[in-house]
Design a protein around this ligand. Structure first.
Ligand code: PLP
Length: 421
């Protein structure tokens, strides 16, 4: 992988025809360091947020050894970078063959589940193994998150006590744990504490002892119109929640951050293929790395990367992707110089999480190149760049009204809720 100081160096040298994922491994290291220094929890990186090899390598170099995996492909990827990694198979629904191969071929010992049938499946497929760590995924409320993750998985509070008892009985020499996910891009630190209180009540009702409390992912990043509280508030809420739980001194605290470790660390460089008024037709779109720009209408931050002068005045643009599908539309608004034209390159920031990871090959598009860049991300919760991205970038009143309408906060956290991930 080539390294460039700035994205513009790459544009000057290569004028890339395909979209390029601009990656910043140093930003992954800084984020991982924050978790290592500030959260008294073992870190398991949720690989699905960005399953790129350079991410796994950057984390391993930073001393992260735990990985939350959800498929055999993710298991094989992590094992190929770090054979001795601690893998937690945290998908609550796994095929029998995936469980068997994970346990016997890849040495996975930690599995999550949210019902009796899945427990039985895991026990059957591991042939009476005594060294399993079994984690019960609990459903919790997703107040304040952009995406709820309890819609599909998690045992409800009324069924939790009996499942906790069954799992406690099934664990022999391994560990028994509980996990939850407050929802992705969680803007309220208190959601963790509330979830831990709810789970604590289920543990008390079941009368079991738990060895692991896994607070899952959900840690946020910065997007236009979404400035999360300081990360220290998340650590405080989790530590408080843990202290109030019916656990002992030997109970381990785990976390599974995805987005927060990688969001800042990658942007995408794409090219304008046509301009029609305020619409820019790009070579990347909703079937590529801009899923959230379409389906959640997230107005990701943008920069013109042009070798030469541009007008200082910014204007609101919308994007269309390269496929023939009308869904391939990103409403934005994306703020770019008013004189942007065909052939220009645009860097779209904060796409390290659920960006390139979501790419499909639909309509023959979706392939990306990769290059390392050394400049700062467009925003950062870890001090690498400003903590916020302005939503309105102009004094033009009409444009400003349009922005406010498109990104008006819904409820206190300013998020819409959707079921995904
Ligand atoms: C997706 C996922 C994560 C990571 O979530 P983020 O919101 O990206 O931090 C962690 N754990 C599980 C079980 C997940 O499904």
């Amino acid at each position: 992988m080539r390294t460039y100081h700035f994205p513009l160096d790459l544009v000057r040298e290569r004028s890339p025809e395909r979209p390029v994922a601009l990656v910043r491994p140093a930003a992954v290291a800084v984020a991982a360091q924050w978790f290592q220094d500030n959260l008294k929890a073992d870190v398991f990186y949720a690989v699905k947020a960005n399953p790129s090899r350079w991410v796994i390598e950057a984390l391993v170099a930073q001393g992260v050894t735990g990985f939350d995996v959800a498929s055999l492909a993710e298991i094989e990827l992590v094992r190929s970078v770090m054979p001795e990694a601690r893998l937690a198979f945290m998908h609550p629904v796994k095929s029998r063959s995936a469980i068997t191969k994970a346990y016997f071929d890849h040495g996975v010992r930690t599995f999550s589940l949210d019902c009796e049938d899945e427990l039985q499946k895991i026990l059957d497929c591991t042939a009476g193994a005594t060294d399993l760590n079994l984690i019960v995924r609990m459903a919790v409320s997703a107040e304040g998150a952009a995406y709820t993750l309890s819609g599909k998985f998690g045992v409800s509070p009324d069924q939790a006590p009996s499942l906790l008892l069954s799992v406690r009985r099934a664990v022999i020499d391994g560990l028994m744990g509980v996990s939850f996910h407050v929802g992705s891009q969680c803007m309220r630190p208190s959601a963790y504490q509330a979830a831990m209180a709810q789970i604590g009540r289920s543990i008390t009702r079941a009368g079991v002892f738990v060895d692991i409390v896994d607070v899952g992912g959900g840690f946020p990043s910065v997007y236009p119109g979404m400035v999360p509280p300081d990360m220290s508030e998340y650590a405080d809420a989790i530590h408080r929640g843990f202290n109030e739980m019916p656990v002992s001194e030997t109970t381990e605290l785990w976390c599974e951050p995805g987005r927060a470790l990688v969001a800042e660390a990658s942007s995408v460089l794409c090219q304008v293929e046509l301009r029609k008024g305020d619409a820019l037709y790009l070579n990347d779109g909703s079937y590529g790395s801009l899923f959230d720009a379409t389906h959640s209408r997230w107005p990701f931050p943008t920069k013109l990367v042009r070798d030469g002068e541009s007008s200082g005045e910014l204007k609101a643009f919308q994007f269309y992707g390269p496929t023939c599908d009308s869904i391939d539309h990103m409403p934005g608004p994306f703020w770019l110089p008013a004189d942007i034209r065909e052939g220009d390159f645009i860097e779209i920031g904060m796409l390290g999480a659920y960006g390139v990871a979501m790419s499909t090959g639909f309509n023959g598009y979706g392939e990306h190149d990769l290059a390392v860049v050394e400049d700062a991300p467009m925003a950062s919760l870890y001090g690498l760049a400003p903590r916020s991205i302005p939503t309105v970038r102009t004094t033009d009143e009409e444009a400003a009204r349009k922005v406010v309408r498109l990104s008006r906060p819904k409820g206190r956290a300013g998020q819409r809720k959707k079921s995904r991930r």
